[in-house]
Design a protein around this ligand. Sequence first.
Ligand SMILES: Cc1cc2nc3c(=O)[nH]c(=O)nc-3n(C[C@H](O)[C@H](O)[C@H](O)COP(=O)(O)OP(=O)(O)OC[C@H]3O[C@@H](n4cnc5c(N)ncnc54)[C@H](O)[C@@H]3O)c2cc1C
Length: 392
Amino acid sequence: MIYDIIIIGAGAAGLMCAIEAGKRRRKVLVLEHAEKIGKKILISGGGRCNFTNLDVKPENFISNNPHFCKSALARYTPQDFISLVEKHGIKYHEKKLGQLFCDGSAKEIVQMLQTECEDAGVEIKVNCIIDKIELVNDSQISETAFRITSNLGEFTTESLVIATGGISIPQMGATDFGYKLAKQFGLKLTKTVPGLVPFTLNEGSYSELSGLSIDSIVTCNNTSFRENILFTHKGLSGPAILQISSYWDEGDDITIDLLPGIDLVFIINEHKPNKTELVNLLAKFFPKRFTEKWCELNFPTKPVNRLLDKDIEMIDEQLHNWKLVPKGTEGFGKAEVTKGGVDTNELSSKTMESKKEPGLYFIGEVVDVTGWLGGYNFQWAWASGYAAGQFV
Ligand SMILES: Cc1cc2nc3c(=O)[nH]c(=O)nc-3n(C[C@H](O)[C@H](O)[C@H](O)COP(=O)(O)OP(=O)(O)OC[C@H]3O[C@@H](n4cnc5c(N)ncnc54)[C@H](O)[C@@H]3O)c2cc1C
């Protein structure tokens, strides 16, 4: 059971790497512990897989070394993946902000990757539980090789690719296998925290608004996103919140502009002659349920002609600059990605190979590169998988 390349993890990055290495006529084996391949792809994008974004820049990724992702992203672009999708006749559409989704189902992306693997002669084994991986001297293939012991037997390879992803959504089969293996071979890790994750707020504050969403600008640590925020039973979610969560550290405050671009002071003054109730005026911009709760918590409603200048300033400030300190996040169980991972200083940005341990590669989410919401994480998985696939 000797292979040129063994890839651990049949997710987005692992399958892309397998296809590329297989196309180079290398003997490739993919080992997957789940009962089927691509499980995270299947649940992604609400079942429609937001497989890439039309506008991918290094600035859309978070890492201790923001330059690391540049090389791989430049060598495998969104257009490259779109060409593959089109080759397989998969219909897709842009939902918003360059985000490309399947018209049908994420199953089509997994089927496409499986077909490409078959065409490239890649062997895939599922239900494979790996017991240990060790370096051995094997004169049959080279001086040193990786020996994998598993419930399906022993496998040996010169090139071992770790594509086991992050630890978010453990119920989908996510494990810390990649991090443990990196440690075993002496590679450093950066701190791993949930990314693209809803915030929890202190009890009671806005929980009864659950389900309401409001177009907002959310800011934290000098980074801002304009999209919807969504009130939940536990706190806040929605695309703007998920995006900013990746820039948030425990204890940081976030600022929410609930009325982007609206000059509320002018509008209130304009309505003074009509004696409009504040709660009714605000209902022009927000769902009624929100304005009622907001007035109850922040400023009892009254006709706007009775508001003092300082009241108007306060209302304006509260709605444009709502500052809050989230209690925490909903954790890895709800996070779309894991921020942090294998330290990029340990890897070649060209090949994804470990600088310390020749023949050992890390690709995809297990590496300390985290994309924004909107197809960026898959683009990183495809691009890093492609990069390694050219060299393994
Ligand atoms: C709910 C949800 C929705 C998402 N939607 C999107 C989206 O629409 N667009 C986007 O860009 N990103 C999305 N993401 C993020 C995206 O899914 C990941 O960033 C991407 O899948 C990472 O690819 P990967 O190959 O590195 O890891 P994964 O796709 O997670 O693959 C890792 C593979 O390794 C296997 N594995 C783990 N441990 C072991 C082990 N010990 N032995 C053997 N195999 C193992 C896993 O079972 C899995 O098959 C979403 C994530 C979630 C959780």
